[in-house]
Write a new protein. Sequence first.
Length: 135
Amino acid sequence: MENIHGHCVCGAVEIVIKEYGNFVYTCHCDTCRRMNSGPVMSVDPGPGENVIFVRGEEKITIYHDEEVERGFCSVCGSTLFWHNPADDHYCLNAELFYDIIQNASFKLELFYDTKPPYYAFSGERKKLNRNFQEM
């Protein structure tokens, strides 16, 4: 898929992904769960050159978390992205693009070893632990 458009809840921030492989993944790490009240569903557009901030870049608040940045809309509070500046890699909140990615494949669960026992997703997919080794 090419040039998919997404936006936060209030529409203040609009993002375009130039190229997208039509899959989602989830992260069960402690930080993602604490920030989002559960696992976060993400799309991985890869390098920063595939992410275009069309509108509202000045409305993005950045939280610096160890080596990464987590971006939020300062108007509505929507989680926007996780960004590693060292390699300019982005992961975006999948639900920013919900009207486009309805048929995406759910392919991967990250930090599966930190997932609490009170929830589980149905179906089979690749599961990686905190060291990114397959479980």
